[in-house]
Ligand binder design. Sequence first.
Ligand code: CU
Length: 221
Amino acid sequence: MRAILLSFLLPFVAVAAQAADLAVTVLDRNGKPLPDAVVLVDSSVQGPRPAPVMEATVAQEKLRFLPAVTVVGLGAKVTFNNLDAWDHHVILGLMGAGGTYVDPGLNTQMRLAGRVAGKPPATESKLLSQPGAYLLGCHIHASMRGHVYVADTPWAKLAGEDGKAVIAGLPEGPARVRVWHPDQLVDGTPTAVQVNANSTALTVTTQIAPARRKKPMGDSY
Ligand SMILES: [Cu+2]
C-alpha cells in the first residue's frame, strides 16, 4: 500500500520542489570572516532560477575601484565612472592564478578623463561575455586594483564584512558551493551541501590569507 501511495506522490513532489535560503559564512585561514569573497552555488535540481545581475557600476574614487569586488551575470554590462579630478585608466581583463592578467594583449583599455566640477563624470561601459574573474587596474596608479566576477550560475553573491552571503531561492536537494576571492592562490574545493528548509547555514573555511586592504587616499593627490 505504501509503495502505491509513494508512486502517486513522487511526481507531485518533483514538480513542487521547495526553495530555501542558504546562509554561507566564509572564513579565512585563521578562522576570521573573509570579506570580498564571492559565493557561488550550483544546483541541477529543477525549479525557478533567480535573475542574474545584468548591470553594474564601478566608480573610480580616491584612487580606488568602488566597490572593490562586483558580482554580475554572464553578458552583464558594467559601467565605469571616474569621480576623481584626475585621469584614470580602466584596464580590464580576465585574471589568472597569481592575480595577474591571463593575457595582457587581450585586455580592454580605457582612459577616463578627470572629473570637471559641475559636469557628469567620464564614463565607459563594457559587456563581459566570459565567465570568471576580471582584474581592473590603472596604468597611472599601479596600486589601483579592483575585480568583477562574472558568475556562470544565477546563485552568486558577494560576502559582506562579516564574511556572510545569503543565497536565496535555492531548490531543495543537492547543491555545490564554490568560493572565489581576489587574494586566493588556487581555486578551492567545492563543498557539497544538501539544501533543505531545516538546514540553512554553511560555514566554508578557506586557506585564503587576505591581503591588507588599501585605505582610501585623501584628496591631496
Ligand atoms: Cu588611476
